[in-house]
Ligand binder design. Structure first.
Ligand code: ADP
Ligand code: MG
Length: 715
């Protein structure tokens, strides 16, 4: 009996199985059968050379005339493989860059199927990186008239995959359906076994379309079932209620804030307050623009928990941030944080910092305060997650900038606590609805949409050096002007360039060299910004040095901070008004938006200059213009997603290797996701253990165990 869990070896032979395992990481029949065709070619609808139009997607059968590898680039280290093809009358080139293996695999005189978009080179139409598939032998798909094209690699051609899949489908026992049969029937979809056959061996275009649609829904459904079960588990999980205490630290803290909470903040604060007062763990995602006032809300929540007799932990992604949170929270709390100290307020607590680079003595003291419960609020980095950090009673875990933490890490701390803590996750990366449903499907969401009043607008300007090479000087002049007015500035680079770790650009690359932090720092110190007080900040500096620089900048002892993206999240220096981002085209849009959130945080207007050296890259320019044209982070996030590939949305690893989202796009398939969520809720409510749907249970378990990290970790 061959089912989806059967190992490939016995079914397709050891040699093939080894190759599939090595190339795609496939081990089971299920792995192979969920490697779906990327495209289909209908042999009845083959284009001809005569009507090639630039920009059009075409498929045709042609004969290979000859194949050449042509070296190019500095030192001839790159290769262009040119495959000349003919339809018997005309000739055309198919071109591949840096895929020498194509030449080896493509014989002159062979007949091949080509599919790709028509481009143009020196006025001549050509195909760049078309899908190519040799047409030879007796392959069933020729009789069916529709040829599936699989994402192939140098070691396995599309037709080989097709043949292997044919072999497997021939012996497969029809696998059970993960979807409830009433849903399949209501939708008029093929059942699962049929869908697998139709997606690999369609007899008509309508078959593969229906199969795709249904299997795409399956992906959304399995994922949403996981979330539905998790939400249900949260519902029955118990936690200790930490209700609001009248006259407590939280209340006194709000009273003495130098500003009024905005209406939006008050609303979210009430949500959190009520969540914490319930005997079930809170799992809430708080999203809002940089500077929208999330941190202050998390502090109020932490104080509420302290008032109720427990501790709160604030997990920050970097030491710089943890340290900064520590200083600013200690300062804001004033005598409320001087528990057991002279001048401490009544009922005052203590705030402690725990980071990986702390000395043994300081660490020990902090640990004591954590274990004894003296420390009501503990702020830290990953160090907080380590074994041995045992809270007397952790009541609330606040995770700042979730995307830097894995769900597993969050779980680590939650699991180790004697009582289940409430969890509040904060992110300044606005997350469009579908992504929130896909990536954070187990969290309730609160959103801060307005910025506190009095916040100054940030003006963003793109400096395209290709068009205006001298404008960079103006950027430096602007910095000097601001510094003369007593303000401060950031200069941001993409890489450090200290000769370690980070990849030096390939000298043969066609791409322009990016500016390195070290070089920029030196050039500015000696050149356009000489006489100003400059400092460097990057992630590989020793922590105490980072702290020193950051503290000096915050104290106004440094005019210009030249830094990598370590300043991206959370850093708060209201006096900083200008930011110059070099090689801005190399950053993600949301990242740029976050970066510029570092300025304009005080009473002075902010200016952000996005410098790009990209030549004639209209997409790069469009992206930067998008950031410059709006300050609405949600709009930017949506734009970012629209322009990015799927893999980047769900985390880097999602794009390569085996991924679980084959057909579903969180960008394009909002409807599927929303619908799957409803159905999953219904199914889980009736049958939480999925006893009636063993195939669904299997899919859920597989995803949870093998691929949870890929899915849920947004790195
Ligand atoms: P976030 O964490 O969302 O980036 P913060 O909580 O750090 O934002 O707030 C940014 C700055 O705005 C801080 O200096 C904070 O004290 C201040 N702030 C927060 N809420 C308000 C408000 N309602 N009115 C004025 N200033 C506020
Ligand atoms: Mg913050």
């Amino acid at each position: 009996m061959v089912d989806l869990d059967t190992r490939l070896g016995p079914v397709v032979g050891k040699a093939s199985a080894d190759k599939l395992s090595k190339t795609f990481g496939m081990e089971t029949v299920g792995d192979l059968l969920t490697h779906y065709p990327r495209r289909y070619v209908d042999l009845e609808q083959i284009d001809s050379f005569a009507d090639l139009e630039v920009g059009q997607y075409v498929t045709f059968v042609a004969e290979v005339v000859d194949v050449k590898n042509i070296p190019f680039g500095p030192g001839g280290r790159k290769t262009r493989t040119q495959v000349r093809i003919t339809d018997g009358r005309q000739h055309l080139n198919a071109t591949f860059f840096n895929q020498r293996w194509i030449a080896k695999r493509t014989e002159a005189g062979s007949r091949q199927l080509f599919a790709g978009v028509v481009g143009e080179y020196r006025g001549q139409p050509q195909l760049t990186h078309p899908v190519m598939r040799e047409i030879s032998g007796d392959i069933a798909s020729f009789q069916r008239g529709i040829i599936p094209l699989y994402p192939a690699t140098s070691s396995i051609a599309s037709w080989e995959l097709e043949r292997t899949i044919d072999t497997v489908l021939a012996v497969l026992d029809p696998p059970p359906d993960p979807l409830p049969s009433d849903l399949v029937a209501a939708k008029g979809w093929p059942d699962y076994a049929t869908a697998l056959q139709w997606i690999h061996q369609p007899q008509s275009a309508s078959q593969w379309r229906q199969a795709q649609q249904r299997l795409r829904f399956d992906e959304a459904f399995v994922l949403q079932t996981i979330f539905a079960r998790r939400r249900r588990a949260f519902d029955i999980e118990t936690a200790i209620a930490r209700p609001w205490q009248a006259g407590g630290l939280a209340e006194r803290f709000i009273e003495r804030l130098p500003f009024e909470l905005t209406a939006g903040q008050r609303e979210v604060q009430a949500e959190i307050r009520d969540d914490l007062a319930r005997p079930h763990p809170m799992h809430r995602l708080l999203q809002g623009e940089v500077g929208s006032g999330k941190t202050v809300l998390s502090l109020i929540a932490m104080l509420q928990v302290v008032d109720a007799g427990a501790q709160a932990a604030l997990l920050a992604p970097t030491e710089v941030l943890a340290t900064q949170h520590f200083h600013s929270i200690t300062e804001q709390l004033g005598d409320l944080a001087k528990g057991g100290m002279l001048g401490g307020a009544e009922g005052a607590t203590r705030v402690r910092l725990l980071t990986g680079s702390m000395g043994a003595k300081a660490r020990k003291e902090t640990m004591l305060d954590i274990v004894s419960g003296e420390a009501g609020i503990v702020i830290g980095t990953h160090a907080l997650l380590q074994e041995g950090v045992d809270f007397a009673e952790l009541g609330l875990l606040v995770v700042d900038e979730q995307h830097r933490f894995g769900v597993e890490q969050r779980a680590a701390l939650v699991d180790r606590s004697a009582v289940t803590p409430h969890v509040l996750v904060m992110t300044a990366t606005p997350i469009p609805r579908t992504v929130a449903m896909t990536v954070f499907g187990d969290l309730e969401t609160s959103t801060l949409r307005e910025l506190p009043r009095g916040r100054q607008p940030i003006q963003t300007t793109v400096i395209a050096l290709a068009e205006h090479p001298t404008w960079l000087d103006r950027a430096w002049t602007r910095i000097r002007e601001e510094v003369e007015k007593g303000r401060q500035a950031y200069v941001v680079t993409t890489r450090i360039g200290d000769g370690e770790g980070d990849t030096e650009p390939d000298p043969s690359a066609d791409e322009p060299r990016t500016a390195s932090l070290v070089e920029v720092f030196e050039a500015l110190t000696e050149g356009p910004l000489s006489g100003l007080r400059l400092a460097m900040l990057h992630g590989r500096m020793p922590t105490d040095e980072k702290d020193t620089q950051m503290t000096a900048f915050a104290a106004g002892e440094v005019d210009v901070l030249v830094a990598t993206t370590v300043i991206e999240v959370g850093v708060n220096v209201p006096n900083a008004t200008v930011m110059v981002v070099l090689d801005a085209d190399r950053f993600g849009l949301s990242q740029l938006h976050q970066l510029r959130g570092r300025i304009g945080r005080g009473e002075h207007a902010g200016l952000c200059l996005l410098v790009t050296g990209a030549q004639g890259d209209t997409l790069a320019r469009e992206r930067l213009d998008a950031v410059a044209s709006t300050t609405d982070g949600f709009q930017i996030a949506q734009h970012d997603i629209d322009l990015r590939r799927e893999g980047d949305v769900l985390g880097a690893r999602q794009s390569g290797g085996r991924s679980s989202l084959k057909l579903l796009s969180v960008v394009k398939h909002e409807k599927d996701i929303a619908e799957a969520r409803d159905h999953a809720d219904r199914v889980v409510a009736q049958d939480p253990e999925l006893a009636e749907l063993p195939a669904l249970r299997r899919a859920v378990e597989e995803l949870e165990t093998t691929q949870q990290a890929d899915y849920l970790e947004r790195t």
